[in-house]
Ligand binder design. Sequence first.
Ligand code: SF4
Length: 408
Amino acid sequence: MSKGTILSGMRPTGKLHIGHLSVLENWVKLQQDYRCYFMVADLHSLTTKFDETENLPNDIREMVLDWLSVGIDPVKSAVFVQSSVTQHAELHLYFSMNIPLSWLERCPTYKDQVAQFGRQGKDITTYGFLGYPVLQAADILMYFADTVPVGEDQLPHLELTREIARRFNFLYKTELFPEPQALLGKFPLVPGVDGRKMSKSYGNDIAISASSEDVRKRVNAMVTDPGRVRREDLGNPDVCIVNKYQEIYNNELLAYIQKTCRSAERGCVNCKKELYNLVEQLLAPIRERRAIYENNTYELQRDYLLKLKNKTRTKDPDTNERDEAPVHRKFDRYWKKAGRKEKETLKKTGSQVIADYKSGLITLNDVQSLLDARFDFVSLILQKGKERAGRQAVKTIEQVREAMNLRY
Ligand code: SF4
């Protein structure tokens, strides 16, 4: 039985780095016990990147591929894009009518972030940015999430969500919204290979999807103890980035590593080799899974639809051999609008789709889903995630409108 409902999300930043891994691994564990909604927070990214939307589709795709590669299961959990479930924007609007401005202005990160962006020459003192904690509350409360996995730094935002739930319940004399509880997790801060904050824009990150060669290059580029010029010099692990990584990924041997570094029994070349092997062990299976998803075969898409059907126990009304004419009609409509790439995919997979339909393995709805997703696995799971999240969102909005007397 599910322990409760969880909503968690990430802004679409493209390929993720190993600093994100602990959060994702936590999600993977949580999906065993909770009903999970994992959201690509594209509306949140607009609060600061409203003028940088050209890479959004690709960034969403790359990030979702990383989620899947780490082990997010789109059959167990709803994986969806925030803006595709438009009720998020609607609930945000309803909440924004009664949230005092002072609640938002006192948010500890608000002024810091405005100043930080200001130093980079960007003014984010917008209506949307000030209100992003309200959007966050709408995201969580939309699914009546009772649990939110957070790091300690996000606790003030969660408290605001709880206040927003309380205020709504008080104003409209209802008990509609639960006050979500924090599920505190410890997420180690992985530094960039140069010791600064890990960031793609600094070029100091190790991507979750990095090739073995890239991992080697990044580990080799790590800054070690600058005072240790020769192999026989005594080392100081406290000022070495490799040591920080050993602390995270090789904690059991940390005392030994530090001791042998200080006594110069350990050399930096071997120390880095050891770390490379550890990171490689961590990333190799993720890379393999990513390759399967990137390969994007029809079989992968079909099996996903079948597993989903099994989970939701959707009954297939007709499993006898079927007439293929309706599928052809769908193909014809698709063909008229399809680009070159889509036509090629249809030529390649069309006969298999028809065979699976005729044998009763997939339904006409499945065929439509595959066409809507243009035979793209990521699009398919986002589309199904949108349907699942959307069903709950529609119900929530109905209840909210009822509570607010918005009946017409
Ligand atoms: S031996 Fe390892 S911990 Fe010590 S300075 Fe070299 S890389 Fe850093």
